[in-house]
Design a protein around this ligand. Structure first.
Ligand SMILES: Cc1cc2nc3c(=O)[nH]c(=O)nc-3n(C[C@H](O)[C@H](O)[C@H](O)COP(=O)(O)O)c2cc1C
Length: 310
């Protein structure tokens, strides 16, 4: 059986399948459920300084064949309430990665310090939500901004910092390079792609907020391209995100240069059982391909003739 353990920024994961932020991670009970179902680690919902109700409904539209459009508006209970949820997940033995979002470097740093104090294994910075005014892409959309935020956070926490970057940029790899130089120990890519759907009968956007973020199968090729380009330019681990629903999808990401993957929309569509299924599936796939371990698959597609990062 192929060995599935991987190391990200010094943290050992029992397998490379991580629960992505925002899906299933609102409460300690749900985080613990994903862990018990076999996730290698779980990322919390992105947490801010104060509670946010999020946008009015409809906030999600699903397209079973190719993914999901959402504009949740970063609903979350706020940093004062959230540590008890992390405690519940950790009591269940889960490896928890705390996700935070802020409006500037100082807010990120304060939140990161608070969440790091709850015993999380790492902190992921949401620099990439495409639809929340004053947050996400709006504050993490340039290399300079990414560098400033990561540097401020790294100065305040001792756990590894993971920068989650946006694909909604002309050069996502430049954001990753900036994060690495500022001290990030890993990069996750990608968050959702800015997107829109129109209801022709109502003559208005389908989501109440209008613009949203696209996730799921439709964005897998975009996620792969970002991982491919980022892995060519950084030496820290890359966590691949976007449209992973099968073991083959995960192996594609590993071969493109990712050291682990996160699952979001797949969990929404297939339930948390997807974690056990994908671990078993990846083990079989590695055996079939004669690859001894998940780690040995990382970057395997990169040596092929003509492979270019640009
Ligand atoms: C409903 C929903 C809520 C999300 N909330 C967050 C969030 O709070 N923080 C974050 O960093 N990403 C958030 N994301 C983005 C996901 O973590 C992930 O990057 C994206 O969905 C692509 O992965 P997928 O195709 O596996 O879903 C959210 C995605 C969805 C669909």
């Amino acid at each position: 059986m192929g060995d599935l353990t991987v190391r990200i920024a010094g943290v050992e994961l029992r397998n490379p399948f991580i629960l992505a932020s925002g899906i299933w991670g609102e409460s300690g009970v749900s985080l613990a459920g994903a862990w018990k179902a076999g996730a290698g680690a779980v990322v919390t919902k992105s947490i801010g300084s104060v509670p946010r109700p999020g946008y009015p409904n409809p906030t999600i539209e699903t397209y079973e064949r190719w993914g999901m459009l959402n504009a949740m508006g970063l609903p979350n209970p706020g940093i004062d309430e959230y540590p008890r949820e992390i405690a519940a997940a950790r009591e269940a033995g889960a490896t928890v990665i705390g996700s935070v979002f802020g409006g500037d470097a100082q807010e990120f740093a304060t939140l990161a310090e608070r969440i790091a104090g709850t015993g999380v294994a790492a902190v992921e910075l949401n620099l990439s939500c495409p639809h929340a005014e004053g947050y996400g892409t709006e504050v993490g959309g340039t290399p300079e901004a990414v560098a400033e935020i990561v540097r401020a956070v790294v100065a305040r926490v001792s756990v590894p910092v993971i920068a989650k970057i946006t694909p909604n940029s002309a050069d996502p790899a430049a954001l990753a390079v900036a994060a690495e130089r500022a001290g990030a120990r890993a990069v996750s890519a990608i968050n959702t792609l800015r997107a829109l759907a129109i209801d022709v009968t109502l003559r208005r956007p389908v989501l109440a907020h209008g613009l949203g973020g696209l996730s799921g199968a439709a964005i897998k090729p975009v996620g792969l391209a970002c991982v491919w380009q980022i892995a060519a330019r950084v030496s820290i681990p890359v966590i691949g995100i976007g449209g992973v629903r099968t073991a083959e999808d995960a192996l594609e990401y590993l071969m493109a240069g990712a050291s682990a993957v996160q699952l979001g929309t797949a969990v929404a569509f297939d339930g948390i059982e997807v974690f056990g299924r994908l671990s078993a599936g990846l083990s079989n796939l590695l055996d079939r391909e004669g690859i001894p371990s998940a780690g040995a698959a990382v970057g395997l597609a990169r040596g092929s003739a003509g492979a270019s990062a640009r």
